[in-house]
Design a binder for this molecule. Structure first.
Ligand code: TEU
Ligand code: CA
Length: 553
């Protein structure tokens, strides 16, 4: 397998709005990030993935960009950016930018021009269609955050496509001018010295020309087969690779909803000249009751099956990202572990072990290294995310589900769970801001915070630090072949990694009870690389404590 720095890297995702506020306005910013680079250096991460920091009206917290070459006022200035980049590089940390080019903001200059008239030079930068004869939308597609995917525009009496909110019109990638604009902008950032791109919903940039009605699921038709992994997506990415990516030593990761392992081999194949790796969602999806909404946990057997499929099918052919959570997902320990006071720390460490020992580039979402938990929302008014706000309208206000039934789903799955401020210390507002935070701070910051955890060698933080360091010393963690054991166990996630003479056994208990495990003969008496509990692994039969995890070599 070809060795690459980005295969060996550990990536830390920053959601700038909630990371660190430097000026007391309650909103995280670039100076705040710069002030915490030493913390990240101490943790040992190689790369920062920065969620969008560009000029934006913030309908979707920066994923609606109105100017790709300027910094959002609330986050600071271009000088602040340059300073942050320089300071990061001085510490050996690379910076990967979020690239959101499936859509722009409706306040982007291109769109403001585009909507003016049918013959405006920017008209074809976006996807415009006539309504049906009765004046209704061109087709039945629903948008990801509720409502129709089409918005009627009075100016020209036509509809534009928006797969997300109506303030996020989709760019028309069929138009070569759009592609040139995007590639120019990317080149501009690369020349500034950034280290790569995380490409937002990049699997959605190509739409089938005919745009037929989708199969109706709830209220709207599902656009999925016609706008995800569309007919020209690989052509566009190869063009992007040729014109931009191949000219720099950068890391590229495609956020690819609905990608299959087969398609991943094309998007992120060893020699397909598209992207370095995919970021796929199969293990955090498909558990929904109302669309994505549910309050149930995925059974371990199903989780193992999905994750193992990605491990084996991509081996030697393509590269994957490893993650339990990000800014769109609930907190890992609350979702896959156990966030009760008794088991929070140990289950957070277990999850970290399980993920970091797999093949792929591990992503740590801000606060995950502290074992931060979901937020105890008390009322609807506490939600900030447009997805949650719209979901309440679409599912409850319309009468499809009662608020009583929907509330537990919101608690479990709202994206706001991940967006509460990073808990730095036990002072007011967790040390995130001296002002009023834009979103609630989790009240458990008095217990769970970076200051306490960096001072405690047994903390979740130090466990992550150790895992990151182990990765640097053990190529088998990066390049080894994966094999699942005990596939039918409902409590244990057990696998091996093998690279030539090196072999690891990874054992993780997802159970809150004791479990008996028999160590395979070849590992009896072998050295323990890392463990989250006190136990002896030198005999065959081990009684595992709740959420125990260990690795033998
Ligand atoms: O997310 C794309 C995506 O697939 C989401 O619809 C995801 O499934 C959803 O958030 C789960 O609840 C990306 C960004 O990560 C997200 O923050 C943006 O809102 C979205 O694109 C639009 O840019
Ligand atoms: Ca601020």
């Amino acid at each position: 397998m070809v060795k690459k720095w980005w295969k060996e890297a550990v990536i830390y995702q920053i959601y700038p709005r909630s990371f660190m506020d430097s000026n007391g306005d309650g909103i995280g910013d670039l100076k705040g990030i710069t002030s915490r680079l030493d913390y990240l250096k101490y943790l040992g991460v190689d790369v920062i993935w920065l969620s969008p920091i560009y000029q934006s009206p913030n309908d979707d917290n920066g994923y609606d960009i109105s100017d790709y070459r300027n910094i959002m006022d609330e986050f600071g200035t271009m000088e602040d950016f340059d300073e942050m980049l320089e300071q990061a590089h001085e510490r050996g940390i690379r910076i990967v930018m979020d690239l959101v080019v499936n859509h722009t903001s409706d306040e982007h200059e291109w769109f403001m021009e585009s909507r003016k008239s049918k013959d405006n030079p920017y008209r074809d930068y976006y996807i415009w269609r006539e309504g049906k004869e009765d004046g209704s939308a061109p087709n039945n597609w629903g948008a990801c955050f509720g409502g129709s995917a089409w918005e009627h525009d009075d100016e020209t009496d036509m509809y534009y496509l928006h797969l997300f909110t109506k303030k996020q019109p989709d760019l028309n990638w069929e138009n070569p001018k759009v592609r040139e604009e995007v590639f120019d902008m990317m080149t501009w950032w690369c020349d500034k010295g950034i280290d790569g791109f995380r490409m937002d919903v990049i699997s959605m940039i190509s739409k089938t020309a005919e745009m037929p009605d989708g199969e109706v699921k709830d209220i709207y038709g599902n656009p999925n087969p016609y706008c995800i992994n569309g007919p020209r997506v690989h052509e566009y990415l190869q063009e992007m690779n040729e014109k931009v990516l191949s000219k720099y030593d950068i890391m590229t990761v495609g956020e690819t909803p609905a990608v299959t392992t087969e398609l991943a081999k094309q998007y992120a194949g060893e020699d397909t000249h598209e992207l370095n790796m995919v970021f796929q969602f199969e293990h955090v999806e498909g558990d929904g009751k109302y669309g994505k909404w549910t309050d149930k946990k995925v059974p371990l057997i199903q989780l193992k099956k999905i994750m193992s499929k990605w491990q084996t099918e991509l081996y030697g052919k393509a590269w994957n990202s490893l993650f339990w959570d990000n800014h769109d997902q609930p907190r890992a320990v609350s979702r896959f572990g156990d966030d009760s006071p008794e088991y929070r720390e140990v289950s957070a460490k277990m999850l970290a072990t399980c993920l970091h020992m797999m093949q792929g580039s591990p992503y740590i979402y801000q606060g995950e290294e502290l074992g931060m938990t979901n937020y105890p929302f008390r009322s609807q008014e506490e939600f900030r995310d447009i997805e949650s706000v719209n979901a309440i309208k679409e599912w409850c206000d319309s009468g499809v589900v009662s608020m009583e039934d929907f509330w537990p789903c919101l608690l479990k799955k709202s994206r706001d769970n991940a967006r509460t401020p990073v808990q730095w210390d036990d002072t007011e507002n967790a040390g995130f801001t001296t002002g009023t935070p834009w979103i609630g701070v989790n009240p458990n910051y008095t217990e769970i915070n970076a200051k306490a955890e960096t001072a405690d060698e047994n903390s979740v933080f130090h466990y992550y630090k150790k895992l990151i360091a182990l990765r640097k010393q053990n190529p088998v963690m990066v390049y080894g072949k994966y094999e699942l054991l005990l596939e039918d166990s409902e409590e244990l996630f057990v696998y091996t990694r093998t690279l030539e003479e090196e072999k690891l056994l990874v054992v993780c208990s997802f159970s809150d009870k004791e479990t008996v495990f028999e160590i395979p003969d070849e590992f009896v008496g072998k050295a323990c690389l890392i463990a989250n509990r006190e136990n002896a692994y030198d005999k065959k039969r081990v009684v595992l404590k709740p959420y125990e995890a260990f690795v033998l070599r």
